[in-house]
Design a protein around this ligand. Structure first.
Ligand code: ADP
Ligand code: MG
Length: 478
């Protein structure tokens, strides 16, 4: 039997406001437990939530960026449940009337084609606190610093058909929220995480099957692994005559498996109702147009522009626009370089990113600035050095030895372009290798590589390769 996989993601992006969604307490990460929870976050009776306007602006930006409708009127609702990290006994969220609906984005699917994934909705809500078990003897602690932190929950249509597509979709959302500057997307700190809903159905079946929901996946790798594990588990189960039950599961990364956590609650278990303490959010058309005007260039548009304006390969344009700082670095280098944009792209993608990864550094900590990389690439373009010597110069730049010009000067790496100097070396190589010369003349053309190699060795790689080739061919055929 052939199975089709159906996946929908619910992504939680923590919004990058300085204060909480309904209180003035700080959202800064990593403070001493319970030092950043005010009376509102602690759920004291009689206190009132006040909406942080910034979150509305951020949600509207997101909505416009994914071609969605930004609702003229949205409503906060109480989602009631008991948990020790939720002192109020309810979470304030949006339910029937979310702020963003009917969006979409495009990913590259497993066959390399562009694929549309629908975004059902994105709604604003507050995060809960955290229960702490580690380091406590036979007891648990509660840290309410995170309580009231603003979240945007982004819910996809069940349009995703594989774990890889799920990762591509999640990466795209991650890129968009960071481009917009509405979330730092820090997955280690839990600022960007997702719940994956997974089901399988026999190919050809039109209805969806029962799904399970894997909670709180906080890395792209875990998303892929957890979904793949869950797909196999469900297929095995059904093929053995069993039935998938709707439930919430946890991914255990250490054992690479998902485990049942609790049976899935239904919406009516939460007794949702509009929060009487908060007014509906009403947004005028003018407000939305203002937000639209302030939107930065988005990843897809930037990628297309990099292809059109710089003539880059599509895959390179995709990689260079995967984050705004990287795209900015590239554009700064291109503007400063006297070289082909594709060559600059090759240096950024290959050498620069390679060096950053090797040293475990982010772009912000790059040892070579965009202007300095441009300086290096320009020296290849104007024939001061060959591409091969440039690798050596790059390493020296990375080691902090100076700019390309300084290093070329200090190490005497300037390319030899004086043809009489090259001719002298060519004559010497020809004189020293009579055997190879005879073989070459007898038709063994491949030996040209040997002669080029010898000349390069004599000149420590500094002879201009084009000139070497030309002079060698001319002398060997005379
Ligand atoms: P809830 O709010 O109870 O988690 P929703 O109906 O809003 O449920 O759906 C949550 C997510 O589950 C959405 O991303 C949706 O696309 C996805 N989903 C719904 N049904 C299925 C299914 N049968 N298989 C896989 N994903 C599904
Ligand atoms: Mg859910």
């Amino acid at each position: 039997m052939s199975w089709e996989v159906v996946i929908g993601l619910e992504i939680h992006a923590q919004l990058a406001t300085r204060s909480k969604i309904f209180s003035g307490a700080s959202t800064a990460y990593g403070a001493e437990p319970n030092t950043q929870a005010c009376l509102v976050d602690l759920g004291y009776p009689g206190v009132l939530p006040v909406l942080n306007e910034e979150v509305v602006h951020m949600a509207a930006m997101f909505g416009l960026a994914v071609n969605a409708t930004v609702a003229p009127r949205s409503v906060f609702a109480r989602k009631n449940y008991f948990y020790p990290d939720l002192p109020k006994g309810y979470q304030i969220s949006q339910y029937e009337l979310p702020i963003v609906e009917h969006g979409e984005l495009f990913i590259t699917d497993d066959d390399g084609n562009e694929k549309r994934i629908g975004i059902t909705r994105a709604h604003l809500e507050e995060d809960a606190g955290k229960s702490i078990h580690e380091g406590l003897d036979r007891s648990s602690g509660i840290d309410l610093n995170r309580a009231g932190t603003p979240l945007l929950e982004i819910v996809s249509e069940p349009d995703i058909r594989s774990a890889k597509e799920a990762v591509a979709y999640m990466r795209k959302i991650h890129t968009i929220v960071r481009y917009l500057g509405i979330s730092d997307g820090n997955m280690q700190e839990g600022s960007f995480r997702c719940d994956a809903n997974v089901s399988v159905r026999p190919r050809g079946q039109t209805e969806f099957s029962t799904r399970t929901e894997i909670k709180n996946l906080n890395s792209f790798r875990f998303v892929e692994r957890a979904i793949n594990y869950e797909i196999e588990r469900q297929i095995d189960l059904v093929e053995d005559g069993g039935e998938v039950v709707q439930e919430t599961r946890l991914y255990d990364a250490a054992n690479d498996e998902t485990r049942s956590m609790r049976s899935k609650e239904e919406a009516n278990d939460y007794r949702y109702f509009p929060d009487p303490d908060l007014l509906p959010v009403e947004i005028g058309a003018e407000y939305i147009e203002n937000v639209r005007k302030q939107l930065p260039e988005l990843p897809d548009a930037k990628q297309r522009r990099f292809v059109d304006e710089y003539g880059l390969k599509n895959a390179d344009a995709a990689q260079l626009t995967s984050s705004r700082p990287l795209a900015d670095y590239y554009e700064e280098a291109v503007a400063a370089a006297d070289a082909k944009p594709q060559v600059v792209a090759n240096w950024v993608i290959g050498d620069l990113i390679g060096a950053l990864n090797k040293d475990g550094l982010g772009l912000a900590d790059s040892r070579i600035s965009a202007a300095d990389l441009a300086g290096l690439v320009s020296r290849i373009h104007d024939n001061t050095i060959s591409g091969k010597i440039a690798k050596q110069v790059f390493e020296a730049m990375w080691a902090g030895e100076g700019t390309a010009d300084e290093i070329i000067e200090a190490k005497g790496l300037k390319q030899i372009t004086d043809s009489s100097a090259i001719e002298a070396v060519v004559d010497k190589v020809i004189a020293e290798n009579p055997g190879q010369v005879a073989e070459f003349k007898a038709g063994k053309d491949k030996l040209i590589g040997f002669f080029v190699g010898q000349v390069m060795k004599e000149t420590k790689g500094q002879a201009n390769p084009g000139q070497v080739n030309q002079i060698l061919k001319q002398k060997l055929s005379s």
